[in-house]
Design a protein around this ligand. Structure first.
Ligand SMILES: Cc1ncc(COP(=O)(O)O)c(C=O)c1O
Length: 390
């Protein structure tokens, strides 16, 4: 081990996602037509009204430090959003604006977790949860799910005196699973009984095709006090590069998370904050248009994948990913999800993400945040690759 590097940093995992993406990019540079099913961001441009708001902010000199926790105008827009969409009432003291939802998650974990605390992370999980928990010195406890959802009896069994937090993500990356109100109420009962904090990552809230979004924080006042809701503008408004996320929760936790932010990044970019005000308060039709395209692509992708022998996937209710089981096709050369994705990329020039990074090696993740033409071409190549494995 390199003694210059801290134990914390050494424990952070190398991202297999980044490795595959880097390889795909190198192949593209060499002139190969790579089909990218790896994307974690919408393939739509940020709407013009949002860009204009950022340009006005620059022209009007809104280019200086802001309050660490965000400008009042954005906090007010976030409070309105929670009231309108989630029937949740918050004050400004309950809101922290950060540099993307990932940063919100990081700040909350740094503000609440101590060494030896345990955090329950249902699998499949979004890759960064595990590393972010470990960066605090706490221990992630991976919880197996059924049909990609928590089984309440298993959750109850996983809880012990060290359990401090549960991480929920609905709609989920990578599975697209969306919890119903009834399911969340059962989980909430267990969390309340055991006084467990919940981080509810709702970044894909606006991208639901079947069913509707429900926040566990809206179960009742007691659950609201235990929950820190994380959301942001990255996915809903195709603003991944602008880096604006936010969280809402108990004022003492938010204050502690703001302290962490104040000594690390200070405020998120002033210009992007003004753009986020326009995203939340301006016309919302963009989301419906994007959702319409995503749904069409999802339906086509799932139907086509299920026609391939050895591949199986359910219809995901939200987000823009299909998590497909490919383990039936594993053989001497393709032993796991990393082999599968590496060879799919090398042989057929299709980039996808191995399930091992999400805690399930039987699966791989396809993103449908790409054109229908690319989806059609990529699925043809995928079929050819799967047939070659038999
Ligand atoms: C489940 C989940 N949470 C949080 C994030 C981070 O979002 P942001 O780009 O706002 O940091 C992502 C991004 O991929 C995600 O998939």
């Amino acid at each position: 081990m390199d003694s210059r590097i801290s134990k914390r940093a050494s424990a952070a995992s190398d991202s297999i996602t980044l490795a595959i993406t880097a390889k795909a990019n190198a192949m593209k540079k060499q002139g190969h037509k790579v089909i990218g099913f790896g994307a974690g961001e919408p393939d739509f441009d940020t709407p013009d009204n949002i860009k204009e708001a950022a340009i006005s902010a620059i022209k009007n000199g809104k280019t200086k430090y802001t309050a660490v926790s965000g400008i009042d105008e954005l906090k007010e827009a976030i409070i309105e959003k929670f009231r309108k969409d989630n029937h949740l009432e918050y004050g400004k003291e309950n809101i922290l604006v950060s540099c993307g939802a990932k940063h919100s998650l990081y700040n909350i974990m740094q503000a609440t977790l101590n060494e030896k605390d345990q955090v329950i992370v249902p699998a499949p999980y979004w890759v960064s949860y595990i590393d972010q928990v470990m960066l605090t010195g706490a221990k992630p406890v991976v919880l197996k799910t059924k049909n990609f959802k928590i089984m309440p009896e298993k959750l109850e069994k996983a809880i012990n005196s060290k359990t401090k937090m549960l991480i929920l993500n609905s709609p989920s990356n990578p599975t697209g699973a969306v919890y119903t109100k009834e399911e969340l109420k059962k989980i909430a009962e267990i969390c309340k009984k055991n006084n467990i904090l919940v981080i509810s990552d709702e970044i894909y809230e606006k991208l639901i095709y079947d069913g509707e979004h429900y926040s566990i924080a809206s179960v009742d006042e007691e659950m609201k006090k235990l929950t820190i809701v994380v959301n942001g503008v990255s996915k809903a408004y195709s603003m991944t590069g602008w880096r604006i996320g936010y969280c809402a929760g108990d004022k003492d936790i938010i204050k502690a998370a703001s302290q962490i932010q104040s000594h690390s990044t200070s405020n998120p970019t002033s210009i992007a904050q003004w753009a986020a005000v326009e995203a939340l308060r301006g016309p919302q039709q963009f989301i419906e248009k994007m959702k319409f395209s995503f749904k069409e692509r999802r339906d086509f992708m799932v139907k086509s994948l299920n026609k391939i022998k050895g591949v199986k996937c359910d219809l995901p209710a939200g987000a823009f990913y299909v998590f497909l089981k490919v383990s039936k096709l594993y053989n001497e050369q393709v032993k796991n999800s990393a082999d599968f994705c590496t060879q799919l990329l090398e042989k057929e020039k299709v980039a996808a993400i191995p399930g091992s990074g999400f805690g399930d090696d039987n699966y791989i993740r396809f993103s449908y945040a790409c054109s229908m033409d690319d989806i059609k071409e990529g699925l043809e190549r995928m079929k050819k690759f799967c047939e070659s494995l038999k």
